[in-house]
Design a protein around this ligand. Sequence first.
Ligand code: HEM
Length: 446
Amino acid sequence: MTLPDRSALSRRAYVRALVAVGGGAALSACLDVTRDGDDTDPVPSGTDDPDSLPARQHAWNEFSSRDEDGNVQLPAHHALVPVSLASGAGDADADTEAGAAAESDSATAPSEDARRTTETALRTLERAYEWSPEGLVFTLGYTPAYFDRFEGSLPDSVDLPAPEALTAREDPAFDEFDALLHLASDRPDVVLAAEEGLFGDRDELNGTDLETDLTGVFDRHDDRRRTGFVGAGLPASKTDVPGVPESVPEDAPFLMGFRSGFARTQASEDRVTIDAGPFAGGTTQHVSSMDIQLDVWFGQDNHHQRVSKLFSPTHAADELVGEVGDELADTSGVTDDGIASAEAAAREHGVVGHAQKAAQAREDGNPPLLRRDFSTVDGDRPGQHFLALQRGIGEFVRVREAMTGADLDVSSANNGILHYLFVNRRGNYLLPPRSLRALPPAAPNS
Ligand code: HEM
């Protein structure tokens, strides 16, 4: 892997580029820069008592800080690490000679050894780092393809279909590897070190000895690895990347220039948690990775048009948003009237807002999705890894249909933000409860 050129980049841009590259050399370079910079506080250690940690892998909110309006602050740096079961991690009883020689145990159930190793490695992360964005939070999710190897099928209480194209204008590739590890921290060096510890040749993490790692259990798909960032100032530090214009506002937390993920327009962790069956306490995750036509968004549209398309024409006319969403407190400001007036907005203003459309999928006034998406410049182009948690994937599909707004009589350029997004990949995952996070069978009770 070639490391980015330090002399050509600001410190923030350099660190972001190192996270995107990944690996041991990137980690050393990142540690050098963070030592010289302002990230010199020690990283808080984790716990030796696994029972003190939450039963849900997706329990991040109560461990996260909130802004002055009470909105949860997502960790600043993210890595999505795709993996498949390694050959040799399969169950010996089910393992044939042919299976042992195969590149991946795609047809073989995982062995108890592989399960134990996975759980031990994940517990080591929890001992090394406090379960919080100042330390590390993570999830391990499994695709429908992973569960295909088992004789039993997933219980009815888990809604996890294979991913599919969700709009007429997309032709995405699908995440068909076995699992996805989501590592997230405010510290870029922690994200890199955690991945290196799990898959590289480190013998300690944050002062904690590594008993084992995942190299014999999972193979990484380096070509599918994804990274990103969220937080005021981070997008504006990426203007070294082609397609990221200088006009990205300095304080914007996302590349498209506005705050998102307000407390009252997010589902609670309870709302997205599977509440019955052996995977109760888990959730489902959808990840779509998309390019954003950011130069057109900032070059052709003015602030008024961007607010109309992202929020609603009323938000723009009444100046409800501020430069980057600073006028909004803990809600997007989309009201019941705003939701009901989507059609009228199309007719009268020729523009419909993204938030206004997506809110049509609320249930009894409550949003069904907990969005933990983040911006990216993977592949040196602007994009978004849209990561959402919901009780079942059907709920995501329903919200995505509302976002499409197929019935609205409006040109594609003015139909929310659809015109600017190009979906490249989609993946669906089950995030089991923590007790079943290590290579779960499809039917745990049977
Ligand atoms: C680059 C891509 C995207 C950007 C920049 C973006 C931005 C926003 C913003 C600014 C809001 C209003 C503030 C808030 O409620 O947090 C919002 C709301 C929302 N967005 Fe997006 N969004 C993007 C993609 C998507 C996608 C792909 C979906 C999937 C269906 C989605 C679903 C939602 C939902 C469910 C809401 C809240 C609706 C409600 O209030 O009930 N967004 N988004």
